[in-house]
Design a protein around this ligand. Structure first.
Ligand SMILES: [Zn+2]
Length: 443
């Protein structure tokens, strides 16, 4: 058992907070709150003083493209419409060459960056398969899963597609499930460290057949389905190609349902919001991608008011350049007042934890109630950047942009301790990526 003591505040869930101590029993939360441990036998309990710190659940990044961690701030990808951004990124992937080695190191970079900023679970929507044959696609998925596991982070691997052959995408998804999680109904490994899902990039890139065939793989294995909709190019192409809006197509193709999570959701109409809510679709807000690229701001308050559960995601390094979910929670809060009533820090923090977890069907993640997964962030709020802050929980977002947690635990194990990765050395990860990129100069 591990006992974190002296916390200034403990965010248990969206509506419950405590202070004092958090008791972890192995991989689970035992109890949170000041007098939680008093009635227990304290022999064999390790204590760690976290005075001056706020404890939150581990953050859940519901939408990332980890491969893009190797392709940030590329020439031709800033200040351009999405229609130019997509081919610029595709050109860079082609020059470097996507293979198991590149995905492994970009995953390690992205997962490490996430852990160091408090992300204990990341959903990697992997879209770039470069026509990899079946066996190679399985090797790529295995590399990504092993890379995340080596650092101690939880991974949701989304077998995506972007203009892939529909049959090939579906056979690959099937083979990935059978190789990585044989016999696991529901798509989550026994140790809960790996989850598999499927997800075409969107109606702008993939056909009805791809959505249907990947949907069949999901139904067969009980996987969650994930896609993206209503970024600028998505709406334009849907209108041009089909004379319809993306959500009309997704509805026709059987993809407005309660096992589906849609990322981005900018510029949705009132009628579309009603239909999303009625279908039980969950969403992922990704302002760290959409705002700086000028692709729009999702009307989060309107979506939430309609009853749609929203999580938070960073999207990938090609548009966001950072995988820092708390920074994006701050941004989500700051820009919310431009498209509706302002969201509170606590509301956005709940999106970045329980909201994201709900879209993944992971009831044990994103909160610290008894029995929850012991995924924990300890944020030191005792420095000058937090001095004078009246509300330290709200201050997590309002104050100290880019803050990092002092400690991070996943399943009760330290993965970050005193701001350092436990299972890798940061400099070594960076050197590996630089060495791989130097072999095939991107620019
Ligand atoms: Zn995205």
């Amino acid at each position: 058992m591990l006992r974190l003591t002296g916390a200034t505040a403990i965010v248990i869930d969206a509506t419950t907070e405590a202070s004092g101590e958090l008791l972890l029993d192995g991989a689970q939360v035992a109890v949170a709150g000041a007098d939680g441990a008093t009635s227990r036998d304290m022999s064999g309990v390790t204590s760690l003083d976290v005075s001056g710190c706020v404890i939150t659940p581990g953050l859940v990044n519901a939408h990332h493209h980890l491969l893009q961690s190797a392709f940030r701030t590329l020439p031709g990808t800033r200040g351009v419409p999405m229609a130019e951004w997509l081919p610029a990124m595709a050109g860079a992937y082609a020059r470097v060459g996507i293979d198991p080695e590149l995905v492994a190191i970009s995953t390690r970079i992205g997962v490490a960056e996430g852990l160091l900023s408090g992300v204990t679970t990341v959903a990697d929507h992997m879209l770039n398969w470069a026509g990899a044959p079946l066996v190679e696609s399985v090797r790529i998925a295995i590399s990504i899963a092993e890379a995340a596991r080596s650092l101690g982070g939880r991974l949701v691997f989304v077998r995506g597609s972007a203009r892939d052959d529909p049959e090939m995408a579906a056979s690959s998804a099937e083979a990935i499930v059978n190789n990585l999680l044989p016999g696991a109904r529901g798509g989550v490994s026994d140790d809960k460290m790996l989850q598999l899902a499927v997800g075409p990039a969107g109606v702008h890139s993939d056909s009805r057949e791809t959505f249907e065939l990947l949907g069949e793989v999901a139904a067969r294995h009980g996987l969650r389905r994930r896609t993206q909709a209503n970024e600028q190019v998505d709406v334009a192409i849907a209108l041009e190609k089909y004379g319809r809006r993306p959500l009309d197509l997704l509805e026709d193709w059987g993809w407005l349902a309660d096992d589906v999570t849609i990322a981005h959701l900018v510029a949705v109409t009132d009628d579309e919001i009603r239909r999303l809510a009625a279908a039980g679709v969950t969403g992922t807000h990704a302002p760290g991608c959409d705002v700086p690229m000028g692709w729009g701001i999702a009307a989060v308050a309107a979506l939430r008011d309609a009853g749609i559960v929203l999580g938070l995601g960073t999207s990938g390094g090609g548009s966001n350049d950072a995988g820092h979910l708390l920074a994006d929670a701050r941004l989500a809060m700051q820009v919310s007042a431009l498209v509706g009533p302002q969201l509170s820090a606590r509301e956005v923090l709940a999106m970045a934890t329980a909201g994201s977890a709900a879209g993944l069907g992971r009831a044990e993640l994103g909160h610290l109630r008894a029995g929850a997964a012991a995924d924990v962030c300890v944020w030191d709020v005792s420095g000058v950047a937090d001095a004078g802050v009246a509300d330290p929980v709200a201050g997590l977002l309002w104050a100290a942009p880019g803050r990092r947690p002092r400690h991070v635990l996943v399943g009760g194990e330290f993965v970050v301790r005193d701001y350092e990765l436990v299972h890798a050395e940061e400099g070594e990860l960076v050197a590996r990526l630089n060495e791989r990129l130097a072999r095939t100069r991107v620019v």
